[in-house]
Design a protein around this ligand. Structure first.
Ligand SMILES: Nc1ncnc2c1ncn2[C@@H]1O[C@H](COP(=O)(O)OP(=O)(O)OP(=O)(O)O)[C@@H](O)[C@H]1O
Length: 498
């Protein structure tokens, strides 16, 4: 086991404080996750006879995974044995809903008490891309104590269900997405008598909440924190206002100071960063945080970097061929999903890990992800066919891909995509072919995927607008500026512009 570095006095004070409500504000690399994991064990193994669980909470599966790994590494595998858990806020919402349904406090269409909760409606009957000019989408509401549905004007584009019938059918068969779960739990918390039931449930089961990256919390998450604190749970929230990135999930970093003030959290600053190994990086991070103008050196080649980051996947694909982005981005149709499986194969071969959204791609195609992995040689053969890099090779590879999906167990045959969609797939495959022919590949990630991680040397792809923002100095209250800040602070030794 590696030796553990001693905590700084700031870290130790924050992790071991007897405060029932602690707000730990920390800069990048100063040990937010380290302190969260430490405090988990301090509360888990204290000498009290209180056997209720400690709940470590984060917002994304990758952040949850990192937190769970750190807890196990610090305190041993048993630290997360039942009832103690590290889960996402979405999992907690589902747990609360299941409790309310099982107890009959509220009821679901078809009297379901166990739900199948999907990440997205994409690929489900009745789901289509709806944009603000396209009328209404269905949302889940609470009528009395019964879950029902209502139409709401579309305000932000996405895969939604617009028509009543398919939405009702999904609900009646016990199926929904995390969005519906959030809508119902939010409606529950607005009703005093139901809110009191949730408070009772939390205080009966849970001794402490430790919420990592609290600036990514949306209104519902923050309301749950407020409820937990008022129900007497030991409540710790940890975060950095400069690293709030989940606007698309409704993150409300602006509401955190109000919550901290209103609930009466005791504040513990953790300032010393362990990430930055060179004076240059420490200076760069400080300049970014204080809004000083920033200019990055141009990379001698992307191969000089350990990772290349960009805000959007497209920016990575339009960059140097020695950068292999770990995704093409959103999966809009089944051909997108099939091409994502090919990318997954190449990513596995080079980096020993899967591509982002590979599992989602398999599910969208009706395939068992394990079977796809077991039959990787079939996808490998399609990749080999791509090697010449021509448009003809790309077209032939798509055809072969469509036919082998059947062999992998896909219930339907993929058809050609109308309009320009087919040409987009050809150019994606040609981009893959160019990467296959590189002697050395560097992983490309979006800043969202890189959050919470670190590398020695980081390359950043900047649009003109982003470069201008850097030269003007970053502002914490601008989302795009925070994205740039998180990108810059992933490097221990050096950041280059790629
Ligand atoms: N007291 C310490 N002594 C030495 N190294 C430490 C100490 N505390 C944290 N570290 C190391 O510093 C690095 C950053 O820690 P950690 O990931 O917990 O920071 P973070 O604040 O969560 O980072 P981010 O801002 O990127 O989310 C890790 O490699 C961690 O092991």
């Amino acid at each position: 086991m590696p030796t553990r570095s001693p905590l700084t006095s700031e870290q130790r004070t924050a992790a071991t404080s007897p405060a029932a409500r602690a707000f730990i504000v920390a800069a990048p690399g100063s040990g937010k996750t380290t302190v969260a994991a430490e405090r988990f064990g301090v509360l888990r193994y204290d000498s009290s006879a209180d056997l209720r669980r400690i709940l470590a909470l984060s917002f994304t599966r990758s952040a949850r995974g990192e937190l769970a790994t750190r807890i196990r590494r610090r305190w041993g595998g048993n630290a997360l044995s039942w009832p103690h858990r590290a889960v996402t806020l979405d999992t907690l919402h589902c747990e609360i809903l299941t409790f309310l349904l099982r107890r009959g406090i509220i009821s679901w269409p078809g009297e379901h008490t166990e739900l199948t909760v999907l990440d997205t409606w994409r690929g489900q009957t009745g789901a289509r891309w709806l944009s603000p000019d396209m009328g209404f989408r269905r949302i889940a509401v609470l009528r009395g104590t019964v879950v029902g549905s209502a139409g709401r004007k579309v305000t932000r584009s996405g895969y939604e269900i617009g028509r009543k019938e398919p939405f009702h059918q999904h609900l009646a068969s016990g199926r929904c997405t995390h969005t519906e779960v959030r809508q119902v739990v939010a409606a529950v918390l607005r009703r005093p008598e139901l809110r009191a039931e949730v408070a009772r449930y939390l205080s009966a089961t849970t001794k402490a909440f430790i919420v990592d990256e609290v600036f990514d919390a949306n209104e519902l998450d923050l309301d749950l924190v407020r409820l937990a604190a008022s129900a007497g749970l030991n409540t710790t929230v940890i975060g950095d206002p400069w690293q709030a990135l989940y606007d698309f999930r409704g993150a409300r970093p602006d509401l955190v100071p109000e919550l901290v003030d209103h609930v009466g959290f005791e504040e513990f600053p953790v300032t010393a960063s362990f990430r930055f190994e060179t004076p240059e990086m420490a200076g760069l991070a400080a300049s970014a945080r204080t809004g000083q103008p920033i200019t990055l050196d141009i990379a001698p080649g992307a191969g000089a970097c350990d990772v290349v980051l960009a805000h959007q996947w497209n920016e990575l694909w339009s960059g140097p061929d020695c950068v292999l982005p770990l995704s093409f981005g959103r999966l809009d149709n089944q051909t997108d999903a099939a091409v994502a499986l090919l990318l997954d194969r190449l990513v596995q071969a080079h980096f020993g890990r899967g591509a982002i959204y590979a599992e989602e791609a398999a599910v969208l195609l009706g395939l068992d992800p394990a079977k796809v992995r077991d039959n990787g040689a079939l996808l490998g053969a399609v990749l080999e066919g791509l090697r010449p890099g021509t448009a003809q090779a790309a077209a032939a590879a798509i055809d072969t891909l469509r036919s082998i999906l059947k062999l992998l167990g896909s219930p339907r045959r993929l058809s050609r995509i109308p309009g320009e969609g087919e040409a987009v797939q050809h150019s994606r495959l040609q981009a893959l072919a160019r990467r296959m022919n590189q002697p050395h590949l560097v992983a490309g990630l979006t800043v969202h995927q890189a959050k919470g991680r670190e590398w020695p040397v980081v390359g950043i792809r900047l649009t003109h607008g982003e470069a201008a923002k850097l030269s003007a100095g970053l502002r914490q209250d601008h989302f795009e500026d925070r994205v740039l800040y998180v990108a810059l602070t992933r490097a221990a030794r050096k950041v280059f512009r790629c």
